[in-house]
Each structure stands twice: as structure tokens, then as C-alpha cells.
Design a protein around this ligand. Structure first.
Ligand SMILES: Nc1ncnc2c1ncn2[C@@H]1O[C@H](COP(=O)(O)OP(=O)(O)O)[C@@H](O)[C@H]1O
Ligand SMILES: [Mg+2]
Length: 347
């Protein structure tokens, strides 16, 4: 039995429920129309008769409090928070601005495949948002970054939603009294949640892990929870087909041990930017050759070059020996460099 208001109900004498939206574990989401200004908003509703635990109300209140203090173009704006009593129930409601677009989960379910440049754009937009959240004082850790909590519109604009799992340091002591974060309640989503969060610890590097898992899902269409893992380390490589540089970045984001991850978002952003710029600046896009073929082509070119230099030495003008010496040096250096790059493709 659902204890939720019917569509078209008007709450607080102004918010008319227009449409149901996908809903989480303990709340119901609606698109609402504000009778005062005709604007559309998103309303997250908690029905007291359904709320199994008191702390669910606290979580919604906390989400409202957090949203109120945030100010970023890629995060929905806080509009209202209220409590409405009816004859047989009581609702707690958070109202926020409506963001255009579909969630990444919806895009993937519709069969959309994201190219590496598109994925890089999404990753960079999310690192911008995370940089903003993590530099706040105290830092805000989102704790539930996943495809269902990221919206993407037709123009490629990315937004982050759902601040219900957020932790900040101020609330840390309160968490303990609520039984949140002391190990008794795990907040986050299986597959996207790093190991330390299972143990109640959330740090900026935890959001880095969840972002990595989200990108792995975008590129593979496979839920990280369904991917193979060894000693809790996610083996995402066989499921995706991207440049070695991006694989290296994802590997670092998805380390089980948070100390081996990017500890802050900025170095991650710099690496992503370098991959993006590298892709834009390379005018000639060569196909991704297997390593052995790259080595073979390189070796044959060097042998041919040497052959021509030595076979036709007498026919060459006198200034050639100097050029020859210089060219040999260049060939040698670029050969070593190429081999090193192929062996260690880190960005
Ligand atoms: N600000 C928003 N703008 C547009 N759609 C939203 C917004 N907030 C939530 N939604 C929609 O509602 C769904 C659930 O919202 P979310 O905040 O993730 O709630 P839950 O806590 O129930 O997971 C989202 O997947 C999205 O489809
Ligand atoms: Mg959600």
C-alpha cells in the first residue's frame, strides 16, 4: 500500500504534482508546477507513514540543508523545504530547480554509446563540480556519484543531483548519534562505492572512485557490480576500448586502496585535460595499432633509412655526412622515446 499523494494534488497551496519521476529507496520524486509563478520544479517527498526509520527524515532535512548552501550552475538550486500534514499522513518535501536532460543511466539504457571524447567531456564537467564541493569548508563529499545521479542534456551540459548521501565534517558527530556513518548504515550504491565507504569512511578520494566506476559503466554498458574483480580490485579493462592513457587514469581512480588513487580532484582533472588536448592537437588520427605492429613498422623504417644512407653514400653532396650524423642521432632518440611511450603510456 502506497501512502503518497495522487497526481494533481496541490501541496503547500502552491506545488501541483504534475508527473512522477524515478524514485529512490525512501522518497518519491515528482515534477511539480508552482501555481504562483508557473515554474516547474522537482519535489522530493517523504511520506511519514512509509518512513521506516526516523533517520530518513533527517537525511532529507540534511539534503535540503546542503542544497541550500550550494551555489553552482551544474547543481540544482534549493527552492523550498516544508512539512505538510493531511488527515491521515504527514509529508516532508524538498523542492529544487528542475534540470534539463536524462540521467546517464537512462541514456545508456536507451542504447547510447559514448565515445572517448564525449566521456572525457562528462568526466571533466564532473571534476569541475567535485572540485567545487571538495574545496568548500568543510568539504562536501557527495558519496553517491553514479549514472542515475548525473544528468546530461542534448547540448552536453552535465549536472549532479541527489545530495541525500552527502557527508560534511560538521555533521560527522551528528552522524554518530543518528547511526549514520558508524558502520550501522551504509550510504552509497554497490558497485560504485569504494571499499573505505563500506567501513563508514568518506573522503574526497571516495568520490574519485565513484566517478571512475561511473565512467567505466558509460564506456562498457556494464554495471561495475557485474564486472570481474580480483581482491576487490575492479577489472574493468576487458569491458572497454579506449586509449591506453585513459585506461591508466581509470586504473588510478579505481584503486581499492584510496592512498593509491588521486587524492584530490585537481590532478585527475589535469590528466584528463592532457588526454583531451592530446587528442585535439593530433591532426592525423592514426588507428590504434597493436604494440608489436608499431614496433615492427618502426624497426623496418629504421633499417631502410640506414640502408639508403650507406648504399648511396658516394652520390651524396659533401654536406650530407653532417646531416647524416644529426639525423641518426634524431632517429635514435625518437626510437627510444617511442619505445618508452609504448611501454609506459601514462599521460
Ligand atoms: N533537479 C532535478 N531535475 C530534473 N530531474 C531530477 C532532479 N532531481 C531528481 N530528478 C529525477 O528524479 C530522479 C531521482 O532523483 P534523486 O535526487 O536521485 O532521488 P533519490 O534520492 O530518490 O535517488 C532522478 O534520477 C532524476 O530522474
Ligand atoms: Mg538518486
Amino acid at each position: 500500500m502506497l501512502y503518497t499523494p495522487d497526481l494533481n494534488t496541490i501541496l503547500k497551496h502552491r506545488y501541483q504534482l504534475v508527473q512522477s519521476l524515478p524514485s529512490g529507496n525512501f522518497t518519491h520524486n515528482y515534477l511539480v508546477k508552482d501555481q504562483k509563478n508557473n515554474h516547474h520544479y522537482v519535489l522530493k517527498l517523504l511520506s511519514l507513514r512509509e518512513a521506516k526509520e526516523w533517520k530518513n527524515i533527517e537525511l532529507l532535512k540534511r539534503e535540503a540543508g546542503i542544497l541550500k548552501h550550494l551555489n553552482h550552475p551544474a547543481i540544482p538550486a534549493y527552492v523550498d523545504f516544508f512539512h505538510e500534514k493531511t488527515s491521515d499522513n504527514s509529508y516532508y518535501c524538498l523542492v529544487q530547480s528542475q534540470v534539463e536532460g536524462k540521467t546517464l543511466a537512462e541514456w545508456v539504457k536507451q542504447g547510447r554509446h559514448f565515445s572517448e571524447p564525449e566521456t572525457l567531456n562528462i568526466a571533466l564537467a564532473l571534476t569541475d563540480i567535485l572540485e567545487y564541493l571538495h574545496q568548500l569548508s568543510p568539504p562536501i563529499i557527495h558519496r553517491d556519484i553514479k549514472p542515475a545521479n548525473v544528468l546530461l542534456d542534448e547540448q552536453g551540459k552535465v549536472s549532479l543531483i541527489d545530495f541525500g548521501a552527502v557527508r560534511d565534517k560538521i555533521l560527522h558527530d551528528e552522524d554518530k548519534t543518528l547511526g549514520i556513518g558508524d558502520g550501522s548504515t551504509i550510504i552509497g550504491t554497490y558497485g560504485y562505492m569504494p571499499y573505505e565507504q563500506f567501513k563508514g569512511k568518506a573522503i574526497p578520494a571516495s568520490d574519485v572512485y565513484s566517478l571512475g566506476a561511473t565512467l567505466a559503466y558509460l564506456l562498457s554498458h556494464t554495471d561495475p557490480a557485474d564486472m570481474k574483480s580480483v581482491d576487490m580490485q575492479l577489472c574493468f579493462e576487458p569491458y572497454i576500448n579506449v586509449s591506453p592513457a585513459l585506461v591508466q587514469v581509470l586504473k588510478k581512480m579505481l584503486q581499492v586502496n584510496w592512498k593509491k588513487r588521486y587524492l584530490a580532484v585537481n590532478p585527475l582533472k589535469q590528466h584528463l585535460l592532457r588526454i583531451q588536448q592530446g587528442k585535439k592537437s593530433s591532426r592525423l588520427q592514426l588507428p590504434n595499432l597493436p604494440h608489436w605492429l608499431g614496433h615492427a613498422i618502426l624497426s623496418i623504417s629504421v633499417i631502410l633509412a640506414l640502408y639508403f644512407f650507406f648504399e648511396h653514400e658516394e652520390e651524396l653532396p659533401p654536406w650530407i655526412p653532417m646531416v647524416k650524423f644529426y639525423s641518426m642521432q634524431r632517429i635514435f632518440y625518437s626510437m627510444i622515446l617511442n619505445i618508452m611511450r609504448q611501454l609506459n603510456p601514462s599521460p
